[in-house]
Write a protein that binds this ligand. Structure first.
Ligand code: COA
Ligand code: AMP
Length: 632
């Protein structure tokens, strides 16, 4: 690392993307070399390493075993909620993965078929993803905090041939039985998977449906290991559904080749980590962070990846993260600011942290939501190592902006995820599509072509891909985030430009919640906004207008609305606050003024919109928010 390296590397990546990424691609094993590094003939899609053939599972496992890494820990499962720890070496993970791939093959799963994975944080879930990759099948992992309905939507959209699941997940206060949720989802789905492979955990024995469900242990015991199937670089590796704009989630598609190249590259360039070191992303495999940095990044790089089944606090205390770092010798850690806010609330002076030997911990990364300077500064003070905020999205698969520790450590500016990562030509645009002056807020966009690992399309929704992300500013990817680039080229992400809210690092759509509230028989109209929350960053707050003549008491309706969102979207929505109002504030053309409601809820400055139909309605909403404890 030398001064000026960042500028040089970043410039090279933008001015000579083909040479830059071809060099990075040499770190991946290819069965057949590519003909074209970057193909933009189907813009806005960028295809990387066209003509190349490889296998992501080979690059995560077989390659390392062949190179002598077989006895090294691949996954360390640390599970305070089950009071157990378990290490799987590369040899062991390869064996489990190859045998599971054999089971899937026996079920008729072949290249291009979809497999839904609905599993808690257990190493078998990693093997499940890799087994799909091994066969060239496309996995779609669904987060355990989603309700059966959301799982059904994903089974339908992906038309999954097989589902891989487990009997349960464990939350600190309850055991979440997955199998009844899966059964319900399959009942709700129009598309019926042919088979379900179920991992029975000791806490709950799931009832298996004859003719459809298969016991994981039994199936693997007699399974023939399956070899890696070469796939095209641009063949999909996975589909990960994420929220945005409507209740219908977007199926983010990830390719094999570009993804492997970018993630392998990012491990050293962004995180400054070396093969053989211990890396920990404290997230969940159901989110993009878990896909990229619990499963693929660390394994592509030959690291040991920590898989933590627990919470930052309460399992058993606010020292849990530091215990894991000390016990397993973590070099680089990554979590969401919300987790740190939780720890800090319970251990403001870092007394728990002081109990552990953190001498191996070199860098601490944060992402998933805006990192408030207080949280960043608390980590800096307590850890006394670089604390790096970086910004990325499900769509991009890795960071758009970061302080790239393997290139050059730039000065940290609290509130900013630093400068664009290599390959990302970030521009802040005004409504007219032109760049705004430095320091002025606008839509944060990335000039095409997008670097490897960025999504080439949406599953079965190419038109939506183009219209949602590339039509507003032709030639650019619209991130959906608004912010500024300052005089030093640092990016500051300020807000979303759509209906996405970020609740405890989880991305949710207020539009999706509104669709659920509208299903309540007594609700005529509704609005959901994300209000600032000290712990979770944002929480959803709902307003409903009752149908004329409704006799149901308002408190019954709001209770039912809360229960309905939990039932339809899941506990992860954290929808707990809902109020009945007489009217919703609207423009004269009938548009609900959600942004203004949000500003009032946050107690930030707001202006009476010139187009408002009736200003008195905003006063009423202000009063309601006050009653709910917001807006002070
Ligand atoms: N399965 C089932 N239910 C789940 C779940 C899962 N995997 N994960 C969360 N839930 C439930 C919780 O039990 C909770 O239910 P409740 O309403 O009955 O209490 C609800 O969903 C909300 O969960 P959450 O918002 O996660 O709150 P929490 O108090 O359980 O945990 C944090 C708070 C901060 C520890 C947790 O949100 C966290 O680790 N966030 C980081 C997110 C992250 O990694 N994002 C990816 C980007 S880095
Ligand atoms: P997800 O797709 O779930 O990863 O969520 C992506 C969204 O989270 C981004 O579009 C941002 O709105 C927000 N986000 C993620 N990381 C950061 C960050 N470091 N700073 C600000 N916002 C962030």
């Amino acid at each position: 690392m030398a001064k000026g390296d960042y500028e040089r590397v970043w410039r090279e990546s933008i001015e000579q993307p083909e040479a830059f990424w071809a060099k990075a691609a040499a770190d991946i094993d290819w069965f057949r070399p590519w003909d074209t590094v970057c193909d933009t003939s189907d813009a806005p899609t960028t295809r990387w390493f066209v003509g190349g053939e490889m296998n992501t599972c080979w690059n995560c496992l077989d390659r390392h075993v062949k190179a002598g890494r077989g006895a090294q820990a691949a996954i360390v499962h640390d599970s305070p909620v089950t009071q157990s720890k378990r290490t799987l070496t590369y040899d062991e993970l390869l064996d489990m993965t190859a045998r599971l791939a054999g089971v899937l093959k026996g079920l008729g799963v072949a290249k291009g078929d979809r497999v839904v994975i609905y599993m808690p944080m257990v190493p078998e879930a990693v093997a499940a993803a890799l087994a799909c990759a091994r066969l060239g099948a496309i996995h779609s992992i669904v987060f355990g905090g989603f309700a059966a309905n959301e799982l059904a939507v994903r089974i339908d959209d992906s038309a999954a041939k097989v589902v891989i699941s487990a009997s349960c997940g464990i939350e600190p206060t309850r055991v979440v039985e997955y199998k009844p949720l899966l059964d319900r989802a399959i009942e709700l789905a129009k598309h019926k998977p042919e088979a379900c492979i179920v991992l029975q955990r000791p806490q709950v024995a799931a009832a298996l449906t004859e003719g459809r469900d298969i016991d994981w242990d039994e199936a693997l015991a007699g399974a023939e290991p399956a070899p890696c199937v070469p796939v095209k670089s641009e063949d999909p590796l996975y589909v990960l559904y994420t929220s945005g704009t409507t209740g219908q989630p977007k199926g983010i598609v990830r390719d094999n080749g570009g993804h492997a190249v970018a993630l392998k590259y990012s491990m050293r360039a962004v995180y400054g980590v070396e093969p053989g070191e211990v890396y920990w992303a404290a997230s969940d495999i159901g989110w993009v962070v878990g896909h990229s940095y619990i499963i693929y990044g660390p394994l592509l790089h030959g690291c040991t990846s920590i898989m933590y089944e627990g919470k930052p606090v309460g399992t058993p205390d606010a020292g849990a993260f530091w215990r894991v770092c000390a016990e397993h010798g973590v070099s680089v850690m990554f979590t969401a600011p919300t987790a740190i806010r939780g720890i800090r609330q319970q251990d403001p002076d870092g007394k728990e942290l002081a109990k552990y030997d953190l001498s191996k911990l070199r860098t601490f990364f944060l992402a998933g939501e805006r990192c408030d300077p207080n949280t960043l500064e608390w980590c800096q003070e307590k850890l006394q190592i670089p604390v790096i905020d970086h910004w990325w999205q499900t769509e991009t698969g890795w960071s758009i902006a970061a302080n790239c520790m393997g290139i050059e450590e730039l000065p940290v500016k609290p509130g900013s995820p630093t400068r664009p990562a290599p390959g990302w030509d970030v521009r802040v645009l005004g409504e007219d599509g032109h760049e705004v002056p430095r320091g002025t807020i606008g839509a944060i966009c990335a000039k095409l072509p997008l670097p490897p690992a960025a999504f080439p399309t949406l599953w079965n929704a190419r038109d939506r891909y183009v219209s949602a992300y590339f039509s507003h500013f032709p030639g650019y990817y619209e991130t959906g985030d608004a912010g500024i680039m300052d005089a030093d080229g640092y990016i500051h992400v300020m807000a979303r430009t759509d209906d996405v809210i970020n609740v405890a690092g989880h991305r949710l759509s207020t539009g999706g919640m509104e669709e659920v509230l509208a299903q309540h028989p007594d609700v005529a109209e509704c609005a959901v906004v994300g209000a600032a929350d000290r712990m979770k960053g944002q929480v959803p707050v709902g307003f409903v207008v009752l149908k004329a003549g409704t006799n149901t008491p308002p408190e019954t309706v709001t209770k039912e609305c809360v229960a309905l969102v939990r039932e339809k979207i899941g506990p992860v929505a954290a929808f707990k606050t809902c109020a009945v109002v007489n009217r919703l504030p609207k423009t004269r053309s009938g548009k609900i003024l959600r942004a203004t409601i949000q500003k009032i809820a946050d107690g930030s400055e707001w202006k009476m919109p010139a187009t408002i139909e009736d200003p008195a309605v905003l006063d009423e909403i202000g009063e309601t928010l006050k009653d709910l404890g917001y807006g002070a």
